[in-house]
Design a protein around this ligand. Structure first.
Ligand code: ADP
Ligand code: MG
Length: 256
């Protein structure tokens, strides 16, 4: 049965999408069956997996509004090595359209339960907000992966996310937990980043993943080729770190 993870952080530009597509590609590389769900209307995870969001007839939007199943709407990305339930601008409307509907925060959970035996991992790329879309992701997840940069304000933003996760855990999804904080775009030459990294470890202990993702230009270049960095340049430091992270996730899930 698939383990479902949200990649979430309400800040934009912190590396959620990069983490989602590269963790997915890393997991595929070590033999796992993976579905990426793009819950961001920007559709970056869709494009970054080699699926053209502009030509999609069915997306996660149709799934949330119950006019399509996941099996019908998903695409297979040959190049990336995993399946994608894509998103595009249309998804921005879902927020408003769901307001008047029943079980609105559980739509994705219901839809994913039909494909749970088809995958080992489902990774949900969340938008940079704590919105109804993110709530749909948190409602169906076993865990949250929180990518963060080791910068001065990093810890400040974290408390809102931690509180939201606590509330969802208490009211909607007792399975939900933070599986881990992932240090991304890390530059070991910067003293402040090392200090924040140490703070994170002393504050969150085991919840900080061992793997650290370095700042690596190949990871940033890959989306313009419609590929995860892990596939675009598998020998790059960034790609190697994400494959290592995939292995760490497999180990953690084994002990969940
Ligand atoms: P989010 O999804 O949280 O908005 P992205 O994953 O889109 O963040 O990352 C924001 C920007 O940072 C993108 O341009 C991405 O290519 C770049 N980026 C992310 N991770 C790395 C990294 N480890 N090294 C270099 N650039 C990165
Ligand atoms: Mg993103």
């Amino acid at each position: 049965m698939a383990k479902i993870f949200c990649v979430a952080n309400q800040k934009g530009g912190v590396g959620k999408t990069t983490t989602t597509v590269n963790l997915a590609a890393g997991l595929a590389k070590v033999g796992q069956r993976v579905l990426v769900v793009d819950l961001d209307p920007q559709g970056n995870a869709t494009m970054g997996s080699g699926i053209d969001k502009r030509t999609l007839e069915l997306t996660v939007y149709d799934v949330l509004l119950e006019s399509s199943s996941v099996a019908e709407a998903k695409q297979h990305s040959e190049k990336a090595g995993y399946d994608v339930l894509g998103a595009n601008r249309e998804l921005a409307g879902a927020e408003v359209e769901l307001v008047s509907q029943e079980r609105r925060e559980r739509r994705l959970k219901t839809a994913l339960s039909a494909v749970k035996d088809d995958y080992d991992f489902v990774l949900i790329d969340c938008p940079p907000s704590l919105s109804m879309l993110t709530l749909n992701g948190l409602c169906c997840a076993h865990g949250v992966v929180v990518p963060m940069q080791c910068e001065y304000f990093a810890l400040e933003g974290l408390s809102d996310l931690v509180n939201t996760i606590k509330q969802v855990h208490a009211n909607l999804n007792p399975d939900l937990q933070i599986i881990g904080l992932l240090r991304v775009m890390f530059d070991p030459r910067i003293t402040l980043q090392n200090q924040v990294s140490d703070q994170l470890k002393s504050h969150f202990g085991d919840k900080v993943f061992d793997t650290v993702i370095p700042r690596n230009v190949r990871l940033a270049e890959a989306p313009s080729y419609g590929l995860p960095g892990v596939v675009f340049d598998s020998s790059s430091k960034g790609a190697q770190a994400f494959v290592e992270f995939a292995r760490e996730m497999v180990r953690r899930v084994g002990s969940m």
